[in-house]
Design a binder for this molecule. Structure first.
Ligand code: AQP
Length: 330
């Protein structure tokens, strides 16, 4: 029997979880939850690194919890909780900020991209975000971090910081590994296959899990295609069609070879129509379940409270060791 791994991963609270987040992260989480010890976090402390409206943030936290349940995460099999409900994340985030080096954080491409989008008033928190993310992961002796490709650099930093801390203060942290999907680790935007599908991009760039069927169909039918003809998987020469094929593969389970066989001689329009139908069929039950969970705020509260209690017990035990090894406190 394979060894049970300890998994940690999270998503920022949003009502705009997109199919990229789903394929890159959530889908793997659901597959891994039965055979591993899993903690899935709603990372609200990360969300405040860019300006937030408090009312909307509260709503988005619940919305994300509802999404977790709707895609199939089961609180009987995994721990679902909100990051700020476990104060040790912030404490270890501070500590990791003292272990990380300026030059390391300056190299983070996500910071550079997000700071550029933000233009002015870039917060210090946006810069130190990867130190907090390292803390999230290391706090639970995580062995595996299932993420999309864009988070690989941050997980690599967590590994570096864990090793550095262990060398300086004695063996304290496990050094975790990132796991990414073989296909779909980076779903690209529908209106520009050179950029990542993202919640902060244009509305047309992403299929959101909350999108109604007609919205999904319209977005797919309007998606950018490549020059030339033919449905074949070649991310370098045909980035747009390869991206749509990746989504098709994930919503139908068909291999790339089968998709090429079935659509090889057909036009882009026919393929997009089939993709739209398959995506609507796949996402409709998720959207309906999400709406149902959103109506049961009491149940959401109960799940998040119980998850926070479980996570807090583990985090508290770990932070005591970390403080002791560093010489902190009385
Ligand atoms: N396009 C993507 N393809 C595959 N995986 C993706 N992820 C994000 N975008 C894609 C993965 O989703 C998880 C949650 O990410 P997050 O909440 O930290 O958001 P993010 O990485 O900043 O990406 P978003 O959702 O598109 O937001 P913005 O617009 O703010 O950048 C992570 O595992 C991530 O890898």
């Amino acid at each position: 029997m394979a060894k049970r791994e300890t998994l940690f991963s999270g998503i920022q609270p949003t009502n705009q979880t997109h199919i990229g987040n789903y394929i890159g992260a959530l889908k793997q989480w659901v597959e891994l939850q039965s055979s591993n010890n899993c903690l899935f976090c709603i990372v609200d402390l990360h969300a405040i690194t860019v300006p937030q409206n408090p009312e909307k943030l509260r709503e988005d936290i619940r919305s994300t919890a509802a999404t977790y349940l709707a895609v199939g995460l089961d609180p009987k099999k995994c721990t679902i909780f909100v990051q700020s409900d476990v104060p040790e994340h912030a404490e270890l985030g501070w500590i990791m900020g003292t272990v990380a080096r300026m030059s390391e954080l300056e190299r983070m491409t996500q910071f550079k991209d997000k700071a550029k989008k933000q233009k002015e008033n870039v917060s210090v928190g946006l810069f130190t975000y990867p130190a907090l993310m390292s803390a999230d992961i290391l706090l639970y002796d995580t062995t595996i971090v299932p993420v999309g490709e864009d988070q690989m650099q941050h997980v690599e930093l967590a590994r570096t910081l864990a090793r550095r801390f262990n060398t300086q203060f004695g063996e304290t942290f496990n050094v975790p590994h990132a796991v990414i999907q073989k296909t779909g680790a980076r779903i690209m935007s529908l209106d520009d296959p050179k950029t990542k599908m993202s919640k902060s991009g244009t509305l047309a760039n992403a299929i959101f899990l909350s999108d109604a069927p007609d919205v999904i169909t319209r977005k797919i039918m309007r998606a950018v295609t490549d020059s030339g003809k033919g449905i074949s998987f070649d991310p370098t020469k045909k980035p747009a069609i390869s991206n749509l094929m990746t989504i098709f593969h994930h919503v139908t389970g068909d291999s790339m070879e089968k998709i090429e066989q079935d659509f090889g001689n057909k036009g882009y329009g026919d393929f997009k129509k089939a993709l739209a139908e398959a995506t609507v069929e796949y996402l409709t039950p998720i959207r309906k379940k999400r709406e149902m969970y959103m109506k049961d705020q009491k149940e959401l509260d109960r799940i998040l409270k119980s998850g926070a209690e479980t996570a807090h017990k583990k985090a508290l035990k770990k932070i005591v060791t970390i403080r002791k090894n560093m010489g902190l406190g009385r």
